[in-house]
Design a protein. Sequence first.
Length: 255
Amino acid sequence: MSEAPVEKPRRGRLARSIRALIGTIVVAGLAFITGLVLFDRVVMPRFTRQAGDVVVPDLANLNRQQAESVLARSGLVLSVATERFDAAAPRGFVIAQDPESGRDVRTGRRVSVTLSLGEEFANVPELFGESLRGARLLLDRAGLRAGAVGRATTSETGPGLVVAAEPAFGAVVPRGTAVNLLVCAANEPEAFVMPDLVGRDAQTAERDLEALGFRVDVAGPGSNFARIEVQNPLPGARVLRGQTVALTVAGRLIQ
């Protein structure tokens, strides 16, 4: 009966030792995994970069020869992928690159670039005799656009058709340039102010009006000395050459 109390402390110490051993193993395992991750993500990339990686330089605002020289100093090779028009960059200068600047790449890698063709130009098409709509379509196809539209009376072409353009036909201009157009205006008849014809000799008035290009319609007694009693248009009205003037006459003109 006296040995039973001694057995329990021994068992307790053994359990604590086992737990401490397990804790030590767990901590050591976590430390090993953490060290492995740090080594793989921090140490190894630095070691690899030092061994064979370089940073891609910025090739913006460099022409082809300059870009090749800059890449060669970094152990990289230039490759021209494409060319395109760009009004903001002179012809032959780099306007895009892949990989982009600042990237870490292996030594000897090719860096693809896009070179500028400079500003794109277009020829002003022949627009004489075209309608305004037709001229705008031709300009759009040429990469240009219609600018201001002026009108002038001329016999060179029909009303509503293009007489001239500025810049003129054949001019070489940057794409998107506005081309101003001069269009033939419709010929409007000459305008007059209608005089007061009431009381005048109808025959004389008719002859004078026809000489000015008006058509005259006389109604009333057919006397050579009939006087005008009513007129249409009324005195002071605006009338156009070729318009019909209606005169109503009655009786003889009193001498």
